[in-house]
Design a protein around this ligand. Structure first.
Ligand code: SAH
Length: 264
């Protein structure tokens, strides 16, 4: 890691594969400050999901030296478009959640993100200033992460939270272990698997009560297991065979590309 005053060394390419995703940010100043926070730490990708005001002069002012990064921010209308092709997604959240979603410290989140970004795109997802991420958005992500705070106030300013994670990533550069070369499943791959699983569970009428709760458990299991793309294919091949056996041939259009290699 370069220290203040040391000659500038090129940033490792893994940093280019890390996305900072701001979901429905309300204040343009926070968008600008987030751009500055990530640029100073050597990151380069800012994604904005339905920002309330963008572009905006206030964002430019707060971005300071990071105006170029701000100008290159990708604006999309829903979270899936920002993370669909990512192999790792981590939601950040100040709130205590009752659900048992796997929780990482900022340092472990940073290590995982860096390790994944050695070979694939990875995303850190931040919620809106007023309400944070919705539960459905959190469940799209494999992990959640929270910055420890004092008892009196849990919630940091959005751009400050971005700075904490960007710095944690910068600090983890020295210790990052390269991840395996086998391609990891993307968010899209995993979502297809969960949709397929839901279809099969419904066809099996299992469980009779509260299928949503069971699906959430499967989602948690899949999300924390670093699934590879080939493993998703294997599982979907198995689901396809179950469907054939129970005579459930009604597949929706997203199921039509069910892989066949595990279908022998
Ligand atoms: N009232 C909201 C706070 C939103 S703050 C809530 O209860 O969640 C805006 C965003 O900044 C959050 O969605 C999260 O992405 C990030 N953030 C703020 N404080 C954080 C903390 N302690 N740990 C991790 N992320 C935090």
């Amino acid at each position: 890691m370069s220290t203040p005053g040391s000659p500038t060394v090129a940033d490792p390419p893994a940093l280019e594969r890390i996305r900072v995703v701001l979901v429905r940010p309300r204040h343009p100043g926070n968008i600008g400050a987030a751009a500055r926070a990530i640029k100073t730490m050597g990151l380069s990708q800012l994604w904005l999901v339905s920002p309330e005001r963008f572009p905006d002069p206030e964002a430019e002012i707060l971005a300071a030296e990071a105006r170029d990064l701000l100008a290159s921010a990708r604006v999309v209308d829903e979270l899936d478009r920002a993370i669909g092709d990512c192999a790792l997604t981590i939601a950040t959240s100040a709130r205590e959640r009752s659900q048992d979603w796997p929780l990482l410290s900022p340092n472990s989140a940073a290590e995982r993100v860096l390790s994944c970004a050695g070979v694939a795109e990875a995303a850190l997802v931040f919620g809106p200033e007023n309400s944070g991420l919705k539960s459905a958005e959190l469940y799209r992500c494999q992990y959640r992460s929270a910055i420890p705070t004092g008892a009196g106030a849990r919630s940091l300013n959005l751009s400050h939270a971005v700075q904490v994670y960007a710095y944690a990533i910068r600090s983890a550069l020295d210790s990052a272990e390269p991840s395996e070369a086998a391609p990891l499943a993307s968010t899209e791959d995993r979502e297809r698997l969960y949709r397929h699983l839901r279809q099969v569970l419904e066809a099996l009428d299992f469980p009779r009560r509260d299928p949503e709760h069971l699906l959430l458990k499967f989602r948690a299991l899949g999300n924390r297991s670093d699934l590879r793309a080939a493993e998703v294919s294997l599982l979907r091949g198995l689901l396809r065979r179950v469907e054939q056996r129970i005579g459930n041939t009604e597949c929706d259009s997203t199921m039509s590309e069910t892989p066949r290699e595990a279908d022998a």
